[in-house]
Design a binder for this molecule. Sequence first.
Ligand code: SF4
Length: 358
Amino acid sequence: MPLTTTSVQIEISFDLWLDRFSRFAEDLYPGRYTRAYVRELVGMAREVCSLAEQKQSVVVAHNYQYPELQEVAEIAGDSLGLSQYVAERQAPRVDFCGVLFMGETAKTILGDRSRVYMPDRPGCSLVASIDQTRIDNWVAHHPDGILISYINTDALTKARSDYICTSRNASQVLAHAARQYPGRRILFLPDKYLGAVVLSQTAVDPALVDLYDGACHVHSKIGETALEEALDRYPDAELLIHPECGCASSCLAKTMQAGPAFGKAYFLSTEQMLWHARRSPSREFIVATEMGMVYRLRKEVPEKTFYPVSYLAVCEYMKMNTLEKLLDSLENDRVEIQVDEEIQRKARAAIQRMLTIT
Ligand code: SF4
């Protein structure tokens, strides 16, 4: 039965969910979607939709969330896309299923217009790899230096940054900053793999760019070996690689040498993976990012086949959110996201600067 939250129709039916989870998620989360559990999930999902409507909340879910959270959300997407969506919806309340920095990004963009809640307060290993003292030292050595931060950072780091970027627009932002401030040193943070890929995609002088030595544990453990094994198993498949992956630098080098398999490798943000999969003549794809994305690809492009690069590519922070916790949060207003106003103002300015150039 379709249910409506505010203006968006969400399909919640036992048969539909059981069918989708069996077809698209059984290998990703073995044994999770029993008939009894799907029945329970459907019951909770109806309560979530009903409460969301009463509280005029927009529920959104990141691509790495469990399938049931992607299903019950008005929209699934990447972190910036979701924040922009909720800003357009102008709802007084947002329930954001993702990790903490994403809730902070939504709050930063929305300001006083909306209250932002989350099912839990999951951290993120990439954000945890940022040490403010190291940034202080870099700034002290390069007082006119430019800071470019990936959107996967905490609000304080965003507030200190000249520009924010996403994996979709990082090379444009880096090229723009180098043009605007010729000869000035740039610190790109925090992800060293994304930084290396981005640097290789622009004509910016590498001698002027310092890459911060941070990484996400999920993506960095998707190494070259996992990718080569997947290529051996599925020789006709194209490779869709998120640039945060640990294999990204070595894959990039192989792509440039244009080996026959690596000639079919594409470095794409999660949303670009969807666009690419729809347009590509290829029927099969190896997906090198967190497994939640495989569910979304299979659901939205059902005529094609998607393989996770590794069944170990699971973010336990993302998976801290569950439908049970989302329902609890809607019932009890449990986890509201607050960001200091001055930090919000500065972080918002850095995000706006990015939006004007991409
Ligand atoms: S997948 Fe990596 S970057 Fe994304 S939330 Fe998990 S730890 Fe952070």
